[in-house]
Write a protein that binds this ligand. Structure first.
Ligand SMILES: Nc1ncnc2c1ncn2[C@@H]1O[C@H](COP(=O)(O)OP(=O)(O)O)[C@@H](O)[C@H]1O
Ligand code: SF4
Ligand SMILES: [Mg+2]
Length: 323
């Protein structure tokens, strides 16, 4: 078994005053050791709900209705709180969009590293200090000793994110989850952080689930890409599968909005996706993309399309002529 993450037919629902919001719908995916998988989709499509389900940090009004999550062979779907915290400590490293959500403003970076390292290893203060400094340097921070004495608010956004990545990797996690880690940064810093993550992933054979709303970033960082729409996986395949042969109309529309990669400089072809962004308030049993899909037919509105697969390239669309 070399799958580090296995998600099987996961359904997650939020209870809201008006009833229920069915946000993750039959989500299945596997992640092999050493693989970088990007999950890409518009804001509000359920990406963070997926992350919070995997790391067992769903808010109290959320419920896993069905499905299974297996991390490194351990089924955590019905695990008790002791087992969950052990999985979180020993197997998961998480990088959030906002490092402040993970870094404590009241403690120096050094103290926070000590506390994190202490969760899995008994090291002396000096050993823990050296381990943290080495990891900060691996994350491109040359003046690691100086940075360790500082508080999070004393660091720039890019530096804080590097510290966050170092903290996520310090206990040698089996699975690294990054939820929009570069979204709050400006473009130059964003590029540096992506480059850093890719280099670390290659050097350390990390298994990474990388969440992003940007198709450019997904294509830049991932080996395989999962395209999310309205809480469902609509397409999944290798980077090359999706780039050269996108099957789902939503993926095709997303790709048409990346002129710089897909088309030459003089052939810019920007095709914004028509129609309103998906809303869970207008629930449908049919294809979530139907209201915006140029190929939609009546049956698409009534029944969710089945997922078909050819050589690992999966797509949920009823248009048979694609296959
Ligand atoms: N605690 C909650 N209660 C009710 N609805 C929620 C809650 N958290 C998120 N949602 C809704 O779930 C949907 C997916 O949200 P989210 O997973 O944050 O999407 P993304 O990360 O792709 O932007 C959105 O419609 C959002 O409003
Ligand atoms: S199932 Fe129908 S509506 Fe959905 S993407 Fe395919 S053609 Fe479009
Ligand atoms: Mg999110």
């Amino acid at each position: 078994m070399n799958n580090i993450l296995e998600i099987e037919k996961l359904n997650v629902v939020y209870r809201i005053p008006e009833g229920r919001r069915h946000v993750l719908r039959d989500v299945s995916l596997e992640l092999k050791k050493g693989e970088i998988m990007a999950v890409v989709g518009e804001s509000g499509c359920g990406k963070s709900t997926l992350v919070n389900t995997i790391i067992s940090l769903l808010p109290s009004n959320a419920m896993i209705e069905s499905g299974r999550i297996i991390i490194d062979g351990k089924d955590i779907t019905n695990a008790d709180s002791y087992e969950l915290s052990s999985v979180r400590r020993n197997r998961l490293g998480v990088v959030f969009q906002d490092p402040f959500s993970a870094l404590d403003p009241l403690y120096t970076i050094e103290k926070q590293f000590h506390e994190t390292i202490r969760l899995t290893e008994k090291l002396s203060k000096a050993e823990s200090h050296d381990k943290a400094a080495a990891m900060l340097r691996a994350c491109g921070i040359k003046n690691a000793e100086e940075i360790m004495k500082k508080y999070p608010h004393e660091l720039s956004g890019g530096l804080r994110q590097r510290v966050m990545i170092a903290m996520a990797l310090i206990n040698d996690p089996t699975l690294v989850i990054a939820d929009e880690p570069t979204t709050a940064l400006d473009v130059t810093i964003q590029k540096e952080i992506l480059q850093l993550l890719r280099t670390l992933a290659r050097e350390r054979q990390l298994t990474v689930l990388f969440i992003t709303h940007s198709q450019d970033i997904a294509f830049e960082i991932a080996d395989r890409i999962t395209v999310f729409y309205g809480g469902r996986i609509v397409e999944q395949g290798t980077r090359d599968d999706l780039f050269s042969f996108p099957l789902h109309p939503y993926t095709q529309a997303l790709l048409n909005t990346i002129p710089s990669i897909r088309y030459g400089k003089n052939e810019r072809k920007l095709m914004p996706i028509e129609g309103e962004i998906f809303s869970f308030l207008n629930e449908t049993e049919g294809c979530s993309f139907a209201p915006r899909c140029p190929y939609a037919r009546e049956s698409c509105f009534n029944k969710a399309p089945a997922v078909r697969e050819y050589n690992g390239h999966k797509c949920a669309c009823e248009m048979e002529e694609k296959w």
